[in-house]
Design a protein around this ligand. Structure first.
Ligand SMILES: [Zn+2]
Length: 505
């Protein structure tokens, strides 16, 4: 079977048949694979190579050497190295059997004449000590011998699946608006996401607050949404699974000042709220009751966060300190000194390693290592108004006073580094919040003072790929549903929350 198949002349027919044969075997259809070999006359392996590999598998080292010497059709790139590797196995087998004479004889009579470098021979006893667990040595020599065969002689295990996966992966990474679960990918057609894969249509408007809505966040399981407002309250909204619509579950009332943030506990059973320059409250989501209040009588709180495991609360205080409490209100020792700047936002990474905080005055982000108590300070170009962490804790999304959003890589490299920046939204007076979202957090969404929601594709440092209109006041905060790639929520000064879904028309 000669020649190629396909319009580009790149795919050799014999190779295609061989990788199909390999795939049939791995799918458990060995007899069909044999039929294919017989019908096409194309063998998965050249018969001589198959004979050689069968002997290797049976650890018949002497027979391997004989075949290597006598069979000219056995194409091995470096026969001397192959011979040395096989003799090495014979030598190590003798040692294993305590046959010192046999080992020394193999070494002097057969291996030394091959003219191998002395250093390599001296390493042999070490190999015996480190590798002679039997199987490990066998795996290594098999791998080395296979490398000496021509590259096209052996079809690597699972080659067809590997090629197909590569093709799908390339389609996924080349997709401009990729926001679809992997289950949407198919081998039967080329993948492409239209712009409509981004939530862009208001599917519901939530009315419940009586003043500006400043913050919102979807629960981790995506079934709830929590919002907070200048009207001194927070609201827990619950989705009706059948209708797919949110309804008010509880209005959390008790703060005497506007509620700056409302944040879900890791298990979604509780939320904490922070009153502006007031106190932090913890609420039970099931009952809607306040279960604890945290704070100091002499100083108010600016922002708050959960400890990574939900076992405590972080408070950013107006006196430039960061306080940590256990759930029962007892204080946790925290050695981070008083900040030189007023803290505007605080959070802990999900592994509990880093405490991230930003300040309003000195243009810096602080990463405090809770184990080593060391601090990394990132200097930024302008005042940071808010930030959010990516789900994998590797990236920090930073909103700046200059109407720019910067993405910083804070893990995986020796030093934090800025990787991209985005602009287009409007911000002059208020705190505007943004978030990562969508498939693999491929997108960045942000509120804006011009009453719009802006969405950028994270991979491209260019203008927004989507601008959503509908609100009648500044959009202060956005949240992308972690459990639903196609759902986004926005909070506005117009007292409403908008739920955005796919525009299917
Ligand atoms: Zn796509």
């Amino acid at each position: 079977m000669e020649g190629t198949i396909g319009s580009k002349g790149l795919v050799k027919k014999t190779e295609l048949v061989r990788i199909i044969t390999d795939a049939l075997i791995s799918l458990g259809f060995s007899s069909i694979a044999t039929d294919l070999e017989n019908l096409s006359g194309v063998n998965l392996l050249d018969p001589t190579i198959k004979q050689f590999l069968d002997l290797v598998k049976a650890k018949e080292w002497n027979k391997c050497i004989k075949l290597l010497q006598e069979e000219e059709g056995l194409q091995v790139r470096d026969k001397r190295t192959a011979r040395f590797l096989l003799l090495e196995q014979i030598f190590l087998d003798f040692l294993k059997d305590d046959n010192l004479d046999g080992a020394l004889n193999t070494l002097h009579e057969k291996m030394t004449p091959l003219g191998v470098k002395r250093r390599r021979l001296e390493k042999l006893p070490c190999k015996f000590v480190f590798l002679d667990s039997g199987e490990e040595r066998f795996v290594e020599v098999t791998r080395k011998l296979k490398k000496l065969l021509p590259p096209a002689a052996i079809v690597p295990e699972g080659r067809l699946v590997h090629l197909l996966e590569e093709s799908l992966d390339l389609q996924r990474s080349d997709c401009d608006y990729h926001n679809a679960p992997d289950t949407d990918m198919s081998l039967c057609y080329d993948h492409f996401c239209w712009k409509s894969k981004i939530p862009s249509k208001t599917v519901q408007t939530l009315v419940g607050h009586t003043d500006e809505v400043w913050f919102l966040e979807f629960s981790h399981n995506g079934k709830y949404l929590a919002s907070s407002s200048k009207d001194n309250s927070a609201i827990i909204w619950e989705i009706n699974a059948e209708r797919g619509e949110f309804g008010m579950k509880h209005k959390l009332e008790g703060h005497k000042k506007p509620v700056v943030v409302v944040l879900w506990s890791p298990d979604d059973q509780q939320v904490i709220t922070c009153g502006e320059n007031e106190v932090i409250k913890r609420w039970d989501v099931g009952s809607g009751h306040c279960v604890h209040t945290y704070g100091r009588v002499d100083v108010g709180s600016i922002s708050c966060g959960w400890l990574h495991d939900g076992s405590g609360i972080i408070g950013a205080m107006a006196d430039r300190r960061i306080c940590l409490w256990n759930l029962d209100g007892s204080k946790i020792e925290h050695e981070q000194g008083q900040r030189g700047q007023k803290i505007s936002d605080v959070a802990m990474t999900s592994d509990g390693k880093w405490l991230v905080s930003v300040g309003r005055e000195q243009n810096e982000i602080s990463l405090f290592d809770r184990e080593t108590r060391g601090e990394t300070v990132i200097g930024v170009e302008d005042m940071v108004t808010s930030f959010s962490l990516s789900r994998d804790d590797k990236y920090l999304l930073v909103n700046l006073d200059t109407q720019e959003i910067h993405v910083w890589m804070i893990a995986g490299e020796p030093e934090p580094r800025k990787v991209s920046k985005f602009s287009g939204h409007k911000r002059s007076r208020f705190v505007i919040r943004s978030c990562f979202g969508g498939y693999d957090e491929n997108f960045i969404a942000s509120g804006s003072e011009d009453s719009k929601v802006y969405i950028w594709r994270r991979a491209f440092e260019r203008g927004p790929c989507c601008v959503l209109s509908g609100h009648e006041g500044a959009v202060n905060c956005v949240s992308w549903n972690l459990a639903d790639l196609h759902m986004l929520a926005s909070a506005s000064d117009d007292k409403t929350i908008r739920i955005w879904g796919l525009d299917l028309e």
